[in-house]
Design a protein around this ligand. Structure first.
Ligand SMILES: CNc1ncnc2c1ncn2[C@@H]1O[C@H](COP(=O)(O)O)[C@@H](O)[C@H]1O
Ligand SMILES: [Zn+2]
Length: 348
């Protein structure tokens, strides 16, 4: 039988704001992909980092390459996106913002435009099938690919924002944080902001990026991914913290991802506490639930047990996350849902 606390966190209605599509592929979906492509000789050990295991961030990025080999046709993307959406819904997530980097695959003829269209199709199919979750999409820019590709991606994102009835809501900046410099991507990010795309930027995920973070915070972004090294105790600075505070920019915080990727030494050292104690908008997220073998309920439970927070505190945290979404049209409806679900949860 499921323990009472497990049940509470699974039933807790949740908002997921930081989930990379190909990092979120579950074991069961990986098995289906492997069966489609036996010639690749890929085993699950190569696509996930299990409990107790640690990898350097660099090794994590090797894992994404393996997954990308497995997911290279429209059929794969459709299946992966639908499975991921259903899994988040089964975990009690009521609102999901998925993000993914459009990829062109020469061997299969897939274009970046078809890539995005296929993810949108998956979102629509899940909606039509009555899956109990609202999903929005952020088009991702991989910083490794430089300024030109970033600008093309912004144009693609803008087209989709205008043609998908509000399903594409923003732009994500991600990819190996040790590669490239945000300065080169500023024009693309500014353009995205000016045309109405919301911006969620991975920022200070690794140490010694105060200069880049300063530049990117001046845009300013609408949300920050990780922000692990922003505050002075870890080599950031008070001026960076002040900028984040001034704009009240929410942080997307991913405990397991940061500990398994070794940018944070242990759960108790996680910067969640720094921002949470300050009363700053902090949203618990998974990052890559497949690669890091987690789900959002586990992340909530982990934050509660690590920082000694009550179920009531965690309820408030999940409810406040609604105000950090990029879908203003859904906020009222989501708040209503939370209110309706509250009585069943606190009777447990
Ligand atoms: C662990 N911390 C992280 N930091 C930075 N970028 C990350 C990331 N985790 C994932 N990604 C980004 O998401 C891609 C995989 O999903 P998609 O193919 O886009 O769906 C990775 O290749 C990387 O660009
Ligand atoms: Zn991320």
């Amino acid at each position: 039988m499921e323990k009472e606390a497990d049940l509470f966190y699974r039933q807790l209605p949740k908002v997921e704001l930081h989930a990379h599509l190909n990092g979120s592929v579950s074991l069961s979906t990986i098995e289906k992909l492997v069966a489609r492509k036996p010639h690749l000789n890929i085993e699950h050990g190569m696509t996930a980092i299990r409990s107790g295991q640690r990898r350097t961030l660099d090794e994590c990025f090797q894992v994404f390459k393996v997954i990308h080999q497995l997911v290279d046709t429209e059929e794969d993307i459709l299946m992966v996106a639908k499975d991921v959406i259903r899994e988040f819904a089964a975990d009690g997530v009521k609102y999901l913002e998925l993000r993914s980097t459009p990829r062109k695959e020469k061997t299969t003829g897939m274009t970046k435009r078809r890539y995005v269209e296929t993810v949108i199709e998956a979102i629509r199919q899940c909606k039509n099938e009555g899956v109990d979750i609202e999903v929005r999409f952020l088009v991702a820019v991989d910083r490794r690919n430089g300024a030109e590709v970033a600008m093309e991606t912004v144009k693609l994102a803008e087209d989709f924002m205008l043609s998908t009835d509000g399903l594409v809501v923003g732009l994500d900046l991600s990819g190996d944080p040790t590669v490239g410099h945000g300065r080169d991507l500023l024009p693309a990010l500014q353009k995205a902001k000016n045309c109405g795309l919301k911006l969620s930027l991975h920022l200070s995920e690794v140490p010694s990026q105060a200069d880049e973070s300063e530049l990117l915070l001046n845009i300013p972004p609408d949300r920050i991914g990780h922000g692990t090294f922003l505050h002075p105790e870890v080599g950031g600075s008070q001026s960076l913290v002040d900028k984040v505070r001034k704009h009240n920019t929410p942080l997307e915080l991913c405990l397991t991802s940061n500990v398994k990727g070794q940018t944070v030494s242990s759960y108790s050292q996680h910067h969640f506490l720094y921002w949470y104690q300050m009363g700053h908008p902090s949203v618990i997220c998974t990052d890559d639930k497949g690669v890091f073998c987690t789900d959002l309920s586990k992340e909530y439970q982990l934050a509660a047990s690590t920082f000694n927070l009550s179920q009531e505190d965690m309820w408030t945290l999940s409810q406040k996350a609604i105000d950090c979404t990029f879908a203003p049209d859904l906020k009222q409806q989501l708040h209503q849902k939370w209110l309706e679900l509250r009585p069943t949860l606190f009777q447990l």
